[in-house]
Design a protein around this ligand. Structure first.
Ligand SMILES: Cc1ncc(COP(=O)(O)O)c(C=O)c1O
Length: 419
């Protein structure tokens, strides 16, 4: 991690621990900037809303794509210019919409014509015009099934019936819902799927997005100010998966959007979560028990699916290794589990371990920087939440303190008269 052994970080901060390589986040961001020079990079905060990470990305120059009032709060806390915030999500409450309008975010990405009505009503009520982008559910989504390991099955978001976006064929009814005095249509937003590793699919999505932008301009009769081309860039989880060739992909996507990037005052946006942070994170746990049962070996660690749920929730493999002994041969196959008293607590079905793996060895689960800490059911079985550490420029920064037992009763009231 930025030249610091993870074992050193674990020695200082203990386990279970999420550790993030801030230098790698910076190089991911820079690689995206140079491959996509016409695009602004927005960070999809849902991937990892760590205050420190979001702050780092803002410092680098990224905007934020948010999807809740809480994420709006965080975006403001890290000091974002509101014009560098876009707000997506299929179920925004009136309160969230009102906050977003008052905050002056660049665009509320409306996900239905009904939501467009609601934004107009709220804008009129508070007397501040709203700026929106139309999120469009294109008629075709991913054309092939082969997007990437966790993508097509789990994380498709356009193409068929969907809770995301306005069905493209409904755009003709836009005039009935667009109150021009209350709402400015600044742009469009399309997000097809996550975890796409097939460059051709991404280029196809780019073409569909460009076509949808032209469609919206025909319907509104006005030029758009912004195109938010979601993206969905994936990261490899399996040996047979190759990482995206970013410079080559960038050149192809830039070409598709050339008619728009040539225009003055046009904002082209890529919104990315996992591509920026997934491979930068490792979830580090300590071996607390070893067991052999009827021919199977179990390595039981102090961090389980309560703290890193992705392997079971998304049914995706996360590479895991005994990082305290990276040089030892690993001839033995074991099941990696956490301490939870439930059979679903398996973080890896198959991990190769040294024959003499011992208590206190450290196990790292990789690709844990995205959808790790925040996606996991931290309260399940009442283990304190893990510490989060950012390593940046050789400095080891505690980004979130470890949880305590007291956290579990912090927001609760006891039964009256019982304690
Ligand atoms: C609208 C939208 N944008 C961006 C993202 C981020 O996706 P990823 O982390 O795969 O880049 C998501 C993920 O669900 C999303 O729904």
């Amino acid at each position: 991690m930025g030249g610091v052994p993870v074992t050193t970080v674990a020695g200082q901060h203990g386990t279970p621990m999420y550790v993030y390589d801030g230098d790698m986040v910076c190089s991911r961001y820079e690689a995206l900037r140079s491959a996509f020079p016409s695009f602004e990079i927005f960070y999809s905060m849902k991937a990892n809303p760590s205050f420190a990470l979001v702050g780092l990305l803002r410092q680098l120059g990224a905007g934020s794509e948010i999807a809740s009032g809480g994420e709006l709060f965080l975006a403001k806390e890290v000091g974002h210019d509101p014009l560098d915030i876009v707000f997506a999500g299929p179920g925004k409450t009136d309160r969230e919409l009102e906050d977003a309008i008052i905050s002056g975010v660049f665009a509320i990405n409306v996900e239905s014509l009904r939501e467009l009505d609601r934004v107009a009503r709220i804008a009129k009520l508070i007397g501040i015009p709203a700026r929106v982008a139309l999120r469009i559910n294109t008629t075709v989504g991913l054309s092939k099934s082969g997007g990437g390991s966790a993508g097509p099955l789990h994380e498709r978001m356009a193409g068929g019936p969907s809770k995301f976006g306005i069905d493209e064929e409904k755009l003709d009814a836009l005039a009935d819902h667009w109150d021009k005095r209350a709402v400015e249509i600044a742009g469009i937003h399309i997000y097809t799927a996550s975890q796409i590793l097939d460059a051709d699919e991404i280029v196809e999505n780019a073409k569909r997005t460009a076509a949808a932008a032209e469609h919206v301009e025909r319907v509104t009769g006005e030029p758009l100010m912004a195109i938010d081309f979601g993206a969905g860039f994936g990261v490899p989880h399996y040996e047979e998966e190759a990482p995206l060739d970013l410079p080559a992909l960038g050149a192809r996507v830039e070409e598709v959007f050339r008619p728009f990037s040539d225009r003055k005052d046009m904002r082209l946006i890529l919104e990315l979560g996992r591509y920026l942070v997934s491979e930068c994170g490792v979830f580090v746990t300590r071996v607390i028990e070893l067991k052999e049962s009827r021919g199977e070996r179990f390595v039981i660690t102090d961090g389980g699916i309560n703290q890193f749920v992705r392997p079971v929730l998304m049914k995706v493999k996360h590479e895991a290794r005994v990082i305290s002994r990276l040089c030892s041969p690993t001839p033995t196959v074991a099941k990696l589990s956490g301490p939870l008293c439930t059979p679903i607590d398996i973080t890896s079905e198959q991990i190769q371990v040294p024959e003499d793996i011992a208590l206190d060895d450290l196990v790292g689960i990789f690709n844990a920087g995205a959808y790790g800490f925040s996606m996991s059911p931290q309260l399940f079985l009442s283990h304190p939440s893990p510490v989060e550490v950012l390593v940046l420029d050789g400095e080891i920064i505690e980004a979130r303190r470890r949880g305590t037992y007291e956290d579990f009763i912090l927001k609760q009231n006891p039964l009256p008269g019982s304690v």
